[in-house]
Design a protein around this ligand. Structure first.
Ligand code: 5AD
Ligand code: SF4
Length: 468
């Protein structure tokens, strides 16, 4: 059943939520983590209290991901663990949020004792009503997708995280329909969040001491709000606080705006780092994937990016073993990655998803063992490239934003360069939130090791650059 608004319990809702303890566990992409912060805000507004573990909670929400089968398997296993908790604690409510909610609502609801609430990515405002329905002894579902919802007026509440770096969602949904991807079906049509609400959130983050913001969308270069396009948005965002750094994720190679490259090159607080998902290295595969660019066009874009932003760092997403992939197409992916020499890559074996074009039209016919061995080859090559790239950093200076203490030692701090590389160095008098100039002295394939020099501001460090 889909809940109507207002629910007949409307006037009881606040009472139902008041002082109930909630716990949100988040899986999947950065967008899901940003969404959990919106849900946090809605629950806190209703008088609920956040707790740090499932065991302490009266209401557990799992914010889920459907992008690959193993992401869903992890969630199912976790839900089964919560079922045992439910047996001990009769009043415990378990809710499924996010992409899986939309995909498998019937399966979830039919399983006795597993889940009480199912809420799709565009229905979070309805959670208070849905909680009221559960209180009435019913299971509650709202997985309606919207053409407008951007949660523009809700200020996300960041209860976890480092207090220094934050994600800000600038749009929702995706209209691209890449053949392998379930996102357009779970998150719906693309829509952009109003400019003013994005800038307001950035201002609030700046006031709270955050020093870095990553603007998020499935396809950020199609951001459009009234006359404002993505380059305009980056221009305005970066002017909110010149001592705050900005990144974005992810742009699509098909229509990357060149003016944005010039803006990144000249604006000190726009990071010299671009995540530019290739997915594959052969034009024939890209066509099957419904990625509207060729290998040559992609490589031309990479050359242009490097020409306009010298020293830029690049990362990518790659899928191994998509439908009908030949050995030659796999080689093309290997050589593309060799040519570009990415600083970072997210690499996956293809996982067939229902409803996608690939599911309807192609056969998932690359054997698992071949997918795995191709993926391993891709990963191994990437590790060698990363270590080689990192070796070139030795002796170079970088401005690092300190995100916290290093995982390995309390005496060391960990942060990132403008180019998104993780750096560790001795703590001395530096602290979380400082920008520190460092010199790189050593590395692994994943981390740079540095000697700290001094605390600096962005303006000081890039003093030769022009801030319009
Ligand atoms: N199988 C494997 N990887 C996928 N991705 C998206 N859909 C699938 C799938 N069905 C990857 C893409 C995308 C990233 C977020 O996840 O590389 O860019
Ligand atoms: Fe999926 Fe393609 Fe949209 Fe990314 S751009 S979310 S891969 S459909």
């Amino acid at each position: 059943m889909v809940s109507d608004f207002p629910s007949k319990n409307f006037f009881n809702i606040t009472g139902i939520m008041m002082n109930k303890r909630f716990y949100i566990e988040t899986y999947g992409c950065q967008m899901n983590f940003a969404d959990s912060e919106v849900v946090n805000s809605i629950l806190l507004d209703g008088g609920m209290l956040p707790v740090q573990s499932a065991e302490e909670a009266d209401v557990i929400f799992v914010n889920t991901c459907s992008i690959r089968e193993n992401a869903e398997t992890r969630v199912w296993n976790r839900l089964k663990e919560f079922r045992s908790l439910k047996k001990e604690k009769k009043q415990l409510t378990v809710g499924v949020l996010g992409c899986m909610a939309e995909r498998i609502k019937d399966q979830i609801i039919d399983q006795e004792q597993l889940v009480d609430i199912v809420v799709g990515p565009d229905a979070y405002r309805d959670i208070p009503n849905l909680l009221a329905e559960v209180e009435d002894g019913r299971k509650a579902v709202n997985v309606l997708l919207s053409l407008e919802e951007t949660y523009a007026d809700i200020s996300p509440v960041r209860t976890s995280g480092n207090g220094v770096t934050a994600f800000v969602s600038i749009m929702r949904g995706c209209d691209n329909m890449c053949a392998f991807c379930v996102v357009p079906f779970t998150r719906g049509r693309e829509r952009s969040r109003p400019l003013e609400s994005i800038l307001r959130e950035i201002r609030e983050l700046s006031d709270q001491g955050y020093r870095e913001v990553t603007l998020l969308g499935q396809n950020v270069n199609s951001y459009k709000y009234e006359e404002i396009d993505f380059t305009h948005l980056m221009d305005k965002a970066s002017k909110v606080d010149p001592e705050m750094r900005f990144r974005f994720s992810s742009p699509h190679p098909k229509d990357f705006p060149e003016p944005l490259l010039h803006l990144i090159a000249e604006r000190p607080n726009l990071c010299n780092y671009i995540h530019i998902p290739a997915q594959a290295g052969s034009s024939s595969m890209l066509e099957r994937m419904r990625r509207p660019y060729t290998r040559e066009q992609y490589l031309t874009l990479i050359d242009r990016i490097r020409e306009i932003i010298p020293g830029v760092s690049l990362s990518t997403d790659i899928i191994a073993g998509f439908c009908d992939e030949t050995e030659e197409e796999h080689r093309d992916t290997m050589t593309l990655m060799e040519i570009v020499e990415y600083d970072l890559a997210y690499m996956f074996a293809y996982s067939e998803r229902e409803r996608t074009l690939a599911h309807r039209k192609y056969e998932d016919n690359v054997p698992e063992s071949v997918k795995k061995s191709r993926l391993t080859e891709i990963i191994q090559q990437q590790m060698v490239i990363q270590e080689k790239n990192n070796r070139k950093e030795i002796g170079q200076r970088h401005l690092v934003l300190v995100e916290g203490t290093s995982k390995k030692s309390d005496e060391q701090l960990s942060g990132r360069t403008d180019t998104n590389k993780v750096v560790v160095f001795d703590k001395l008098d530096f602290k979380k939130g400082d920008f520190v100039e460092v010199e790189i002295v050593d590395c692994t394939s994943a981390t740079l090791i540095a000697k700290p020099i001094s605390k600096r501001t962005i303006a000081e460090y890039y003093s030769e650059a022009v801030f319009a």
